[in-house]
Design a protein around this ligand. Sequence first.
Ligand code: UDP
Ligand code: MG
Length: 327
Amino acid sequence: MSETGLSVLVPVYNEAEVLPLFLGRIGPVLASLDMTHEIVFVDDGSSDGGGSYLAALLATHSDLKLVRLTRNFGKEAAMSAGLAYCRGAATIILDADLQDPPELIPQMLEAWRAGADVVTMRRKTRAGEPWHKRWSAHLYYRLLNRLSEVAIPPDTGDFRLLSARAVQALNLLPERSRYMKGIFAWIGFPTTEILYEREPRAAGKTKWGYSGLLALATEGITSFSTKPLRWASGAGLAVATLGLAYGVFIAAKTLIVGDAVPGYPSLIAVIAFLGGVQLITMGILGEYVGKSYLEAKQRPVFLVESVAQSRRSSGKVSSEERHRDLA
Ligand code: UDP
Ligand code: MG
């Protein structure tokens, strides 16, 4: 069994501004728990001094672990890295920006003690977000769930509790494209959902622009479904059938009415349309080919530069673990 009761996993990328606030809020919550705990920070290649700030904390605070990655690998990889070092009987993933209120930890632990392996946190409202973001999120989750064979809960981020065996299961998954929302859903296990009010960011800036979100959305669909490929074939078939029908129509018309050669505009329209369909289809195909390429390279998802932990925390990091770069 694990030596630590609760591991709190916090991926950190350029959060220097918010880290003191974070520690100030989570400290009292952890202190009030009747179980041992550790905070596992993953420094995802911060360049704003946040990493050094965390390293300095190890000397003054107990029960901290700091996993530093060699560069910025992205939140999905940072979470995967952290999960490899969480030793708790339960692990809770929290954002550093206090959008996931630490005060909910006791409630999550309660659900875990009642038998849940996974406690997902679903936001009640998306208030504070512009209408187009809410609307696109709604449509996206609908599309994603239609496509994917595992049900991916809407309005549920990475804020969640995982039991030790759920963490173990996640650590077993070797894939490089790590769409964590999908991977979390894929492992299954008894799951409880808690509704909560998501807070605005306490300080600092979001790391997600629209292009980043679009990339994540595409990643989500292509990682968890190959149905777009089938749709592409379907679209090709439909267009080919229409083209054939149109051809027959023109031939018949020429035979009956005896037509000359008009039809330049319709010709261009058909060519442009077909070109578009072909390019879209190739794009979809390309997404999957690119994914296969990345998977085939078998590169690790992240590289760990160093692992350190504060003195008073229980359990030691072995040198083997120190040099481990998890695939
Ligand atoms: N994050 C990370 N690596 C990245 C981007 C973000 O570890 O490349 C962390 C970030 O420090 C924060 C969490 O992921 O703790 C969520 O990021 P953010 O608040 O920017 O995303 P949002 O809440 O706006 O979706
Ligand atoms: Mg945030």
